[in-house]
Design a protein around this ligand. Sequence first.
Ligand code: C2O
Ligand code: CU
Ligand code: CU
Length: 556
Amino acid sequence: MRNFRSVLITLVLSGTFAEGQSPLIIPPTLSGPNIAITVDEGMHEFYPGMPAPTLGYNGDILGPTILLDAGNMVQFEVQNDLADPTTVHWHGLHVAPQNDGGPHSTIAPGGTWFPSFTVLDKAGTYWYHPHPHGMTMEQVVMGAAGMIIVRDPEEAALDLPRTYGVDDIPLILQFKELDSSGQLVMSDELDNVVVVNGSIAPTASLPAQVVRLRLLNGSSGRSFRLGTTSGVPMLMIASDAGLLDAPVNLSRLTLSPGERAEVLMDLTGLMGSSFELYTYGNELPQGVLGGQPMMLTPGPLDNVASSLMTVNVAAPSADPVTSVPTSLVSNTVWAEADASQTIDLSFSSQPMMGNNWFINGLKFDMGRIDQTVQLGSTVIWNLSNNSMMGHPFHIHAGHFYVLEKAGAAPSAEEAGRKDVVLVPPMTLARVIMKYEDFSDPVVPYMYHCHILSHEDDGMMGQFRVVDAMNSVEDRSRSGSFVYPNPVFGDRLTISSESSALRWMRLSDSQGRIVLERSIMTNGPVHLDRSGLAPGSYQLMVEGSDGNRSVHSVLFQ
Ligand code: C2O
Ligand code: CU
Ligand code: CU
């Protein structure tokens, strides 16, 4: 036995321990109009005999899969039994800001939060996880995360596998770092294992028929490039927020942090065989975490192919699905011509400052609203990555569609409903989003990089959806002035006595935004009025101290 133990330790250190030994754990489910979850500390053995402290919802690690039916109202009771504040965010669900569980909705230690909402989303695979600012990575890496499955009549009418845990399999995929005694380490750089539903390299027994895998990348930073060793094709049927128009046949599927995909695999006739689910990090684009880094040294699982899970094909279940549909649903992309606003975000880093990420040159500030959009409006987001690293970018409030990525129309996998888009290094992605249901004069929605260390580090911003008929703006603490006013000529100057200006927005008398931009200078700002019709406008400016002031400006 002494020898066995030392072999064990050696294998642990080389990261190839106990492949295929534990059966895949299928999380239990919760459903119905009242759902209670409690986040608490737990203990979990990633390596046998090496218990490690973890976090979980209603258990030691991860959480139950929450089943929601579209159109139904659900009332949650979320209890925080941690020593730290937390929040619970329903990633991908279209809910009002105050129910969204962003960093403004903290639950104090020992506290309870009671969000409720009607499920407005399409059938699909969503998830929930903590979102307290600065602590998201720690809490997610420690294990707090769970899956949400939304069902609706449209999906129910299709001949798809949907028996949870039998032919409809939830797979929460996470890169993690464990030290030699099997304890979780809080690092982004050195992930050395992949856990599937909390286990390292588990074995799943799947029936010899069409099966559906619900894949979620719940990692802190790394992307997967998934494939199988069997050559059994993956038929992708859903992206982040719902079914695609038609299945897409793939031999590889890229899944960046926060993203989900549903795939069908036809295992008919394969009973008795086995294969492995792999990630081919060596096939990821350079600069995308999990692939070859641009500047850093690769971590243990970067830029290599590694096995995630073994599949043993077993006897078919009672009422198997044996064929795959050729078409699914029809998604309607909002028309670009209907967009009334464009939000430009530029991602950058300061190379000499380590892990230091900015959006439009700024770090996240809870007290600053970065953008305001009008209820009912359609907005184009230009996500321009000016850094040497890929960023999986997520926008709260619902789903978006990718219009363009790196100058091309989205691939079939990315043409459906999305809420995270991987923006590769030095690339522009454009997405379109419509704000149909919820406005809130106070609580904002978040947008951020879903690499959790980037998010915690401040690569996040917030936008408010306001009802033009009913809007409340922060008119506090004026420190800026504009001249001349009224404007007779073609130039308006905006200046500030107290702090440098960093953002401005001009709206016309109808409340339509005619100009919005970040200010990159410390001096006075000169605004060219060309193209602006005579009339009264509202100018809102924000100083670098986060204070905003509103000016009525008359253009003659
Ligand atoms: Cu999955 Cu704002 O997060
Ligand atoms: Cu989210
Ligand atoms: Cu990032």
